[in-house]
Structure formats: structure tokens, C-alpha cells
Design a protein around this ligand. Structure first.
Ligand code: AMP
Length: 247
């Protein structure tokens, strides 16, 4: 097997997250990827930059194709959230009012202090929050496209953003897990209003999914009640996943 490396970069300012990048690349692409990270950070103000490069020891799981993107536009974020709730209701069986309540929490800041979490909330079929730490949540890492540049080109040609490329990789990894039924995501960037709902069938890209100017964002992972949380955390945070293609 070809040697693969995980590269994780995180820039912050006064302890606050500024920009991050996570890639899985073969040895010969390490320095090219560092340049890509340098470009990503251009013009960004940070006082700390952490870059970790580690050999991947576990055999990656290969996913043939990313989730298909279903792009939808709405007149306002309320309409888009209605659609999001419909999709989530069909996948999770949770009552629409309950779903709205959980989504509202994300739009207000879902950490115990009403701030953004670093990772995702986890909600079971009873509508309970089950992530181990309500500040941190769970983070989906160690996922990338085998040929990221090609996929990014393909998706940007279709009018999608780099953010969509990153988010599509995360959502695709999440949906591989049998106990995760759906995901809801809005960015914490105040002017990036596009969000998504991922299901086993697709990546529903919804614009606008949040109110303009709102600096709160986050992710919700919906899981089955019999989920083994330790196994779920291990899969999401440790299992390397490579996606071969996207439509
Ligand atoms: P972003 O997609 O980077 O705009 O992130 C939006 C929100 O999703 C963040 O505020 C976090 O709460 C959460 N988040 C970001 N990255 C991850 C990740 N890798 N896994 C789980 N949740 C994440």
C-alpha cells in the first residue's frame, strides 16, 4: 500500500478558530499540500498556526462516490428550514416541533454558554442530546477525496464552492456509518447562508438556511437509539476514509 499522510492545519487568534484544513495525501504531495494551506491562509489574521503531519497506519475505507448534490433555493431561511425539517422528519421519525426546537438551538449557539461548538451535536431517536461533551461535540476527521483537486474543479465548474467540497466529504463519511440517519449543517460564518441536510440518499444543499449576519452555526448528527457512542466517536474521529469520485 502507498504511504498516506494525514495533514491537519488549524489557525487561531486569541484562542478563537480562524481557519482549518484537513487532508489525506500520498507522501509526494505533502509539500504541495502545505502550499495549498498557505494559500488558504492568505489575508487571514492569526496568532497561532498548528500543522500536524502523521503517517496513516490504518487501512483507509474507500468510498466509490460522494453523496449526490441536490441544490435547492428558497425565498427565505424559514422556507428552507421547513424543507429541512420535512426531510429530517422522514429520515429520523422525530416530531417536526422537536426538530425545529433542536435546529433553533443551533441557530442560537448550541454550547452550554450559547456559543458555537467545535464539533457536532448528536441527537437520538427520542430527541435527546447524547454527545459526550456539549462544548466540543464530535468531530468528523480523516476524510478526503483521493484526487481532491479534480473533484474541486468538477464541483466549482458546476458553481459550487470550496466549502461545499469540504462539507461534502464530511457528510459522505458521516452517511457511511450505519447508525447515522441524517445530518443538518449551517456554517458559523455570518455571511455564508447556504447549509445542508445530508441523508443516505443525498446532500441537500439549501440556500439560505440561516439568517444573514448570524455568527452561530454548527452540525447535528441524528443517530439510532442503539448507537454505540464509543464506536461512533472512533469511526468519525479516527477511521481514515477516501472518496474516489463525485458527480
Ligand atoms: P463549517 O462547515 O466549517 O462552517 O462549520 C460549521 C460548524 O460545524 C462549526 O461551527 C462546528 O460547530 C461544526 N463543525 C465544523 N467542522 C466539523 C467537523 N469536522 N465535524 C463535526 N462538526 C464540525
Amino acid at each position: 500500500m502507498k504511504k498516506l499522510f494525514s495533514i491537519k492545519a488549524r489557525a487561531s487568534c486569541e484562542g478563537k478558530h480562524v481557519s482549518g484544513a484537513e487532508r489525506i495525501v500520498p507522501e509526494e504531495k505533502i509539500f504541495q499540500t502545505l502550499e495549498w494551506i498557505q494559500n488558504k491562509l492568505k489575508g487571514k489574521n492569526f496568532d497561532s498556526l498548528n500543522i500536524k503531519i502523521n503517517l496513516i497506519k490504518e487501512k483507509p475505507l474507500i468510498v466509490k462516490k460522494a453523496l449526490p448534490i441536490i441544490d435547492m433555493k428558497f425565498k427565505d431561511y424559514e422556507e428552507a428550514n421547513k424543507k429541512a425539517v420535512e426531510i429530517l422528519h422522514a429520515q429520523t421519525g422525530l416530531k417536526k416541533e422537536k426538530l425545529m426546537e433542536i435546529i433553533r438551538l443551533l441557530h442560537k449557539g448550541s454550547s452550554p454558554e450559547g456559543e458555537n461548538m467545535r464539533g457536532a451535536m448528536i441527537i437520538n431517536q427520542k430527541g435527546e442530546r447524547v454527545e459526550k461533551d456539549h462544548f466540543r461535540g464530535v468531530r468528523t476527521t480523516d476524510v478526503d477525496f483521493t484526487e481532491r483537486e479534480l473533484i474541486a474543479e468538477k464541483l466549482t465548474e458546476k458553481g459550487f464552492t470550496q466549502r461545499t467540497v469540504d462539507a461534502l466529504a464530511i457528510a459522505t463519511k458521516n452517511m457511511v456509518h450505519p447508525q447515522i440517519t441524517a445530518e443538518y449543517c449551517i456554517s458559523d460564518e455570518p455571511d455564508y447562508l447556504t447549509g445542508y441536510v445530508a441523508t443516505k440518499d443525498g446532500y441537500h444543499r439549501l440556500t439560505p438556511l440561516k439568517r444573514k449576519g448570524n455568527s452561530k452555526g454548527g452540525r447535528i448528527y441524528f443517530v439510532k437509539d442503539d448507537t454505540d457512542l464509543d464506536e461512533l466517536y472512533r469511526f468519525l474521529e479516527k477511521k481514515p476514509v477516501l472518496i474516489n469520485d463525485a458527480d
